[in-house]
Design a protein around this ligand. Structure first.
Ligand SMILES: *Cc1c(COP(=O)(O)O)cnc(C)c1O
Length: 373
């Protein structure tokens, strides 16, 4: 036991815990690297992982990156966008930062009150002659109103680039989450349902995008003597790719384990007035990445629930709070009052612990603490 842990305390329950493949599987794979000495720059594991992920995500095009954020930054670059990009304030910092890092102006539209994804009607209200793209987020794995968004984008000639960081392996009515819009970014960060330690990818249908993405992640170098564009370094290395190859073998069990816990949470927490769970639309195949719960003051204030759990050494997250348009770095640029629903949800939401080897009993205990008067 670690010395800084209280003697009487139980081990902390964190919001997530990285899944690891069997040690031997990974060590067996990376042993090859001691022979090949090919550690990065699109080696054998990199190629194999791209190939396997194309099949798993059912997408004709896919390019790996060192992380999800770099993937998003590069795909926005690849489309050569300018002007304004409509996005959601209810997401992780990365979504808006990637837009701003590209010299584009983010324009925040409000979210839907039930599944927390961008509201198509609010998107439409924000379109100006400067708008060139929409960057929606399948937040918590809730798939956006993809049909409505596609229709709006088509009518106004806009690109749609999904932040699909939460939607790995999901499908709606049999259609892979990787197939919506012009491109989708996936994150393979250590805390995600499928991970490569750090990592990410862009999935796309139009194969011409492949050339630009491969260039942008490798200094724009196209061959030994041709540097075609001003790119950076976003390459996934072989140790990351090997971790991905191992984790992909176990992804079905990973989701199955999470599903049991997710359903147990729902069973325990549904039917209590003031406790709001995400809708379960028919035709959605989930990946069970997150367990978000909104607490109305009529039940109990969110911060009070948080404090009660922390007291028992259980560490949920206020994920996402604050909204991006309320960040300090964006002060004076945006008003969080423009997106009141996102603001309200960010004050009510708590993401509860969910990972493959969490015990069912711990889920029950967490729910007991939440339901305590
Ligand atoms: C994790 C995440 C990202 C960024 O991914 P990294 O791989 O950590 O760079 C972007 N958007 C959302 C919504 C995320 O959750």
């Amino acid at each position: 036991m670690k010395e800084d842990m209280p003697v009487t305390g139980k081990a902390p329950v964190l919001v997530t815990r990285s899944s690891m493949p069997p040690f031997e599987e990974y060590s067996e794979l990376i042993k090859e690297l001691w022979e090949s000495r090919w550690l990065t720059n699109m080696g054998d594991f990199h190629q194999r992982l791209e190939h396997e992920l194309k099949a798993y995500l059912d997408t004709p095009g896919l390019t790996l990156f060192m992380n999800g954020h770099m993937a998003l930054e590069c795909v926005l670059r690849a489309f050569g966008l300018s002007g304004e990009v409509i996005t959601t304030p209810f997401s992780f910092a990365s979504t808006t930062h990637a837009i701003v890092q590209n010299g584009l102006t983010p324009v925040f539209a409000d979210i839907r009150p039930d599944d927390y994804t961008l509201d198509p009607e609010k998107i439409e209200e924000k379109i100006t002659e400067k708008t060139t793209a929409i960057v929606p987020v399948h937040v918590y794995g809730n798939i956006c109103k993809v049909k409505e968004i596609e229709e709006i984008a088509g009518r106004h000639g806009l690109k749609v680039i999904y932040d699909a960081a939460h939607a790995f392996g999901e499908a709606l009515n049999g259609e892979s989450a990787a197939s919506f819009g012009d491109a989708s970014m996936f994150s393979f960060h250590a805390t995600k349902v499928f991970h490569t330690i750090e990592g990410g990818a862009v999935a796309f249908k139009d194969r011409t995008l492949e050339h630009a993405l491969n260039g942008l992640k490798n200094f724009g170098i196209m061959d030994e003597e041709t540097v075609e564009l001003v790119g950076g370094n976003g390459k996934m290395n072989e140790f990351q790719a090997a971790m991905g190859l191992c984790n992909l073998r176990h992804i079905a069990q990973e989701m199955e384990k999470r599903k049991k816990l997710y359903l147990r949470y729902r069973e325990n927490l549904s039917g209590h007035p003031g406790i709001v769970l995400c809708p379960e639309p028919e035709g959605l195949r989930r990946n069970y990445s997150y367990m978000p719960v909104a607490f109305k003051d009529s039940f109990k204030n969110r911060d009070q629930v948080m404090a009660q759990l922390l007291e028992e050494n259980i560490h949920p997250r206020k994920y996402f709070y604050p909204c991006i348009n309320a960040y300090w770095c964006y002060r004076d640029r945006f008003s969080p009052e423009d997106t009141p629903i996102a603001g309200k949800v960010s004050r009510e939401i708590l993401t509860l612990p969910l990972y493959a080897d969490l015990a069912l009993e711990t889920v029950d205990e967490i729910c007991r603490i939440i339901l305590r008067k």
